[in-house]
Design a binder for this molecule. Structure first.
Ligand SMILES: NC(=O)c1ccc[n+]([C@@H]2O[C@H](COP(=O)([O-])OP(=O)(O)OC[C@H]3O[C@@H](n4cnc5c(N)ncnc54)[C@H](O)[C@@H]3O)[C@@H](O)[C@H]2O)c1
Ligand SMILES: O=c1ccn([C@@H]2O[C@H](COP(=O)(O)OP(=O)(O)O[C@H]3O[C@H](CO)[C@@H](O)[C@H](O)[C@H]3O)[C@@H](O)[C@H]2O)c(=O)[nH]1
Length: 447
């Protein structure tokens, strides 16, 4: 089937590449000329495991191509997927300017029936706005062409995006059009051969499903972080508690890892946007607001521990920082907890020597020549001349480090772990003091 994708970010490029991989003929359009140039030259603008290979072979097979020309893009596909950004506005609501810009250009250039499929995460009611934007352009052109608008939210996780897309738990489709539903069924047929993963519903419910899913996951994390903070004060160990509750299938082991807060381009903005939607319709989303405020505080917890250790005076101290990306297997630093920690440390007069396996370029792009930041080529280099070590991302290569050499290199024998990677006894053997999140009597707190 001929498919057009607007936006070649994490969602657009993964969707385009995976749909081309199963045999569809996909044209990806982006307004960012630099990105499209790179893609045309075989370069992938983001780090996402497995993506480069799929893009390479589907381009070679002639099933995936790229353009900046919106007229060509609209002409190409019967299905027009919107996968552009919906960043937060100043008031926390989702900024829909990129989504409506795509809708306008579809209305401006379409010549026959199209299904406009929204994959971006958008507030309930956006489908109506997309329909109105397409219709306004058709009216302007004096045309009465048929089209449908569908919500098909995306649930992929960065770092595992290909697997999530290829083996989805569910494919949510919101539409009241039988014709559009049949076309969507055809597009996703290869993902449904052994097990029907399609869940059809009305458009508004599909839009809300996406926010509800992310908010539920964020709630689990904030809940665990709250219990972790409590465990610390009560002399309990959150890791034991996590195993103890996760074993109940009604709770489950997923998304109950405590840490230095959730980040990324989705949870923070989506929880805020849903809370904003609630207040816009006169409902105070108390739980969502609490999830957000627990997370805000949690992002400062590692700094509080480091500051407490040094008696509140961090001036001139050097912190080795392992992990900058908001999670492993990505170079994405949007809303990363590492950024909160670094910014807190700089404010307090400390210096940071940072290393991340994939996010060094991104850190350079964001912080450039920031005073107090040294970017290091390896995790070992980051330790040289540092007072203490802090960890913000659970990359595999941080899981079994050479504790003996850490103890011999950093000035104070202390590790502040924001992702609970180790057992306190492991570090104790090397004379290292271990401060993690919610780990009982090995911790301290400021009260
Ligand atoms: N990143 C994720 O893991 C993820 C997962 C599920 C859903 N989402 C949602 O999907 C949407 C896209 O997220 P993303 O992370 O891929 O964003 P992104 O910022 O990585 O990419 C968006 C792309 O859209 C392009 N764009 C902007 N205006 C355009 C236009 N008029 N025409 C064509 N292209 C245009 C931008 O240049 C950019 O390349 C968001 O709503 C997000 O909330 C993201
Ligand atoms: O038990 C956990 C699990 C995750 N996190 C943190 O939560 C954040 C988000 O992690 P994750 O959900 O793995 O990454 P995303 O790529 O942001 O994916 C989320 O956001 C996407 C965009 O909407 C959705 O499509 C996905 O289903 C949803 O998991 C990261 O900072 C993690 O460190 C925790 O602190 N504890």
């Amino acid at each position: 089937m001929k498919i057009t994708i607007f936006g070649t970010g994490y969602v657009g490029l993964v969707t385009g590449a995976c749909l081309a991989d199963v045999g569809h003929n996909v044209l990806c359009m982006d307004v960012d000329q630099g990105k499209i140039e790179k893609l045309k030259n075989g370069q992938i603008p983001i780090y996402e495991p497995g993506l480069e290979n799929i893009v390479k072979h589907t381009v070679e097979a002639g099933r995936l191509s790229f353009t900046t020309d919106s007229a060509e893009a609209v002409r190409h596909g019967t299905l027009q997927f919107i996968a552009v950004g919906t960043p937060p506005d100043e008031d926390g609501s989702a900024d829909l300017q990129y989504v409506t810009a795509v809708a306008r250009s579809i209305g401006e250039h379409m010549e026959d029936y199209k299904v406009v499929v929204d994959k971006s995460t958008v507030p309930v009611g956006t489908g109506d706005k997309v329909r109105a934007a397409v219709r306004a352009q058709l009216d302007r052109r004096g045309l009465e062409l048929d089209f449908d608008v569908v919500s098909n939210p995306e649930f992929l996780k960065e770092g595992a995006a290909i697997n999530d897309f290829m083996k989805p738990d569910r494919i949510v489709v919101g539409t009241d059009s039988e014709r559009a539903a049949e076309l969507l069924r055809e597009v996703y047929y290869p993902f449904n051969r052994n097990h029907d993963r399609m869940i059809f519903m009305d458009l508004r419910s599909a839009e809300l499903t996406k926010y509800a899913a992310n908010s539920m996951l964020a709630t689990k994390i904030s809940f665990m972080n709250e219990i972790a903070n409590l465990a610390e004060r009560l002399g309990a160990d959150i890791e034991a508690v996590r195993r103890g509750i996760g074993s109940d299938p009604r709770i489950g082991y997923h998304f109950i890892y405590p840490g230095c807060g959730y980040g990324g381009s989705c949870f923070p903005k989506d929880v805020q946007a849903l809370a904003r939607t609630a207040s816009d319709c006169g409902y105070e989303a108390r739980l969502l607001n609490a999830v957000e405020s627990v997370n805000y505080a949690q992002k400062h917890v590692l700094f509080d521990k480091i500051s407490h250790y040094f008696g509140g005076d961090l001036n001139g101290k050097v912190v080795a920082l392992w992990g900058l990306a908001f999670k492993p297997n990505t170079d994405d630093m949007r809303e990363a907890s590492s950024r909160t920690l670094m910014e807190d440390l700089w404010k307090a007069g400390a210096r940071v020597q940072a290393f991340d396996p994939e996010a060094m370029e991104e850190t350079q792009r964001i912080y450039g020549d920031q005073e107090g930041l040294t970017l290091c080529g390896t995790k070992e280099q980051a330790l040289k001349g540092a007072d203490v070590l802090a960890i913000c991302t659970e990359w595999k290569e941080f899981r079994s480090p050479d504790f003996e050499s850490i103890a011999a290199t950093i000035r104070e024998p202390v590790v502040f772990d924001g992702r609970n990677l180790y057992e306190p006894e492991m570090l104790d053997r090397y004379g290292l003091i271990y401060y993690a999140i919610g780990r009982g009597r090995t911790q301290f707190h400021s009260e």
